[in-house]
Design a protein around this ligand. Structure first.
Ligand SMILES: C[S@@+](CC[C@H](N)C(=O)[O-])C[C@H]1O[C@@H](n2cnc3c(N)ncnc32)[C@H](O)[C@@H]1O
Length: 203
């Protein structure tokens, strides 16, 4: 099954709030984004945003140039249905994070639980090249993956687990680690998943 088919199936018809990765408050993402102190008119993207409520919180913070990218059309439709009329303020991009051309640069790039699905080094390199090109120097990348002691699979797919050092090594010299934090995410089913969050400066 293709990556897109997997994710359309994963999102289709099901309650987004029942997904293992669902958060009713993306608090750590927001803390790390707030720490970037970027102007409200700057471009922000949530890569693999799915039906995450992060976009709602970014709108509440009055960011005016928000994009959400996801490989699954079903995921984006779920988020759009939730936001109703407010969805018109967001740029929705249905694309593979390893194979797309950004229409403009971003001051901030957020990814929670997407990069960790890239188990192939060539896919990691493609994602990294796009991020390097798209994030403005002086801009930020906020990356959240399963931690070294986190689960080995997510949505029945294998993942690569990271700590801050291995993520910095994977992203390479264009990204300087400026902050890191761990989070124990409790799934709607009551399981705990250990996440590693990192904030990088694009140098
Ligand atoms: C585990 S979910 C996380 C969703 C969201 N970031 C959150 O924290 O709630 C992973 C998301 O990444 C998307 N995805 C997976 N592989 C992708 C890829 N190669 N390019 C873009 N999106 C992808 C899936 O459709 C799904 O919405």
């Amino acid at each position: 099954m293709s990556t897109q088919s997997h994710w359309d199936k994963a999102w289709g018809g099901a309650d987004p709030q029942a997904k293992s990765w669902f958060q009713d408050a993306p608090a750590l993402s927001l803390r790390l984004i707030d720490d970037c102190a970027i102007a409200r008119g700057e471009a922000i993207i949530d890569v693999g945003g799915g039906a995450s409520l992060l976009v709602d919180a970014l709108m509440a913070r009055k960011f005016q140039n928000i994009s959400v990218l996801d490989i699954s059309k079903a995921a984006l439709q779920s988020a759009q249905a939730r936001l109703a009329d407010r969805a018109d303020y967001i740029k929705w991009l249905c694309a593979d994070a390893t194979d797309w051309t950004p229409a403009h640069p971003f001051r901030l790039w957020h990814d929670r639980a997407v990069f960790h699905f890239l188990t192939d080094e060539a896919d990691q390199a493609r994602y990294r090249a796009i991020a390097e090109e798209a994030i403005l120097p002086g801009g930020y990348l906020v990356m959240a993956t399963f931690a070294l002691d986190g689960p080995q699979k997510c949505s029945n797919l294998p993942v690569v687990r990271y700590d801050a050092q291995s993520m910095a090594a994977t992203l390479g010299p264009a990204f300087k680690l400026v902050d890191e934090a761990r989070e124990d995410h409790t799934t709607p089913g009551g399981m705990v998943q250990e996440f590693q969050y990192c904030r990088f400066l694009r140098i």
